[in-house]
Write a protein that binds this ligand. Sequence first.
Ligand SMILES: NC(=O)c1ccc[n+]([C@@H]2O[C@H](COP(=O)([O-])OP(=O)(O)OC[C@H]3O[C@@H](n4cnc5c(N)ncnc54)[C@H](O)[C@@H]3O)[C@@H](O)[C@H]2O)c1
Length: 244
Amino acid sequence: MDHKSKLLQRIKDHEAVVGVVGLGYVGLPFAVEKAKVGYQVIGIEQNPVRAQKVNRGENYIGDVKDEELRQLVVQGKIRAETDFERVPEMDVIVVCVPTPLTKNLTPDLQYVERVTREIAKRLRPGQLISLESTTYPGTTEEVMLPILESSSLKADQDFFLVHSPERVDPGNKRYTTRNTCKVVGGVGPNSLEVGVAFYSQTVEKVIPVSSAKVAELVKIFENTFRAVNIALVNELALLCDRRD
Ligand SMILES: NC(=O)c1ccc[n+]([C@@H]2O[C@H](COP(=O)([O-])OP(=O)(O)OC[C@H]3O[C@@H](n4cnc5c(N)ncnc54)[C@H](O)[C@@H]3O)[C@@H](O)[C@H]2O)c1
């Protein structure tokens, strides 16, 4: 069986080992979601306090239910590490690290770059890497792809690479990770196929788009749309206050 067919089979049978890099607001709920449907989840979290908490089943994120995390840890379904040594065991690696702005308001990609270099050192054929962090259009193809291919493995043939932005609205009772549409863009058709298969296991509607860049733009557009709406409502609230 080729790399893609083997990975697709492991994803569909829920036998894939899922790595989650960065166990914060995005990464920890994601890890729990995947472990709940049977995947073996290995988290990589550089903050040792957070990693220890996860391994004791102690939740520190609002959207995660304490008891759910505890049970998954007791069952051996989730384990957190502080280094990248177990990357070769992972079939899927989901990157959820911070993407802040520098003081000059340019994108600060140091976390994404550092994590990608660590993955590249240990990359093996048949792995899917997905970037979920919010970032500018081009990051997956122009920043991650060359670092990963420096391993001498070829994207879309030996390994698969997608961008799938995290779109969850923390605290929202109506829209959860399961019923919020998930956008996926790959660096090629094989990556897209594997990415869509992976996310379809836990999300009701997955929307494939034509490239990783398009998926990145979707998220930037959504954040801009939200910011404009918040500003509009704030202005209206000020106006209403004055008319009171
Ligand atoms: N919080 C949200 O509601 C939300 C929603 C959508 C998208 N996002 C995006 O998702 C990304 C992650 O956001 P977040 O809110 O989860 O951030 P967070 O700060 O809560 O979590 C990030 C985690 O990554 C860890 N980390 C940093 N560098 C690491 C490394 N080299 N190796 C391993 N772990 C490392 C940090 O210790 C931290 O625990 C950002 O790009 C953010 O913009 C966030």
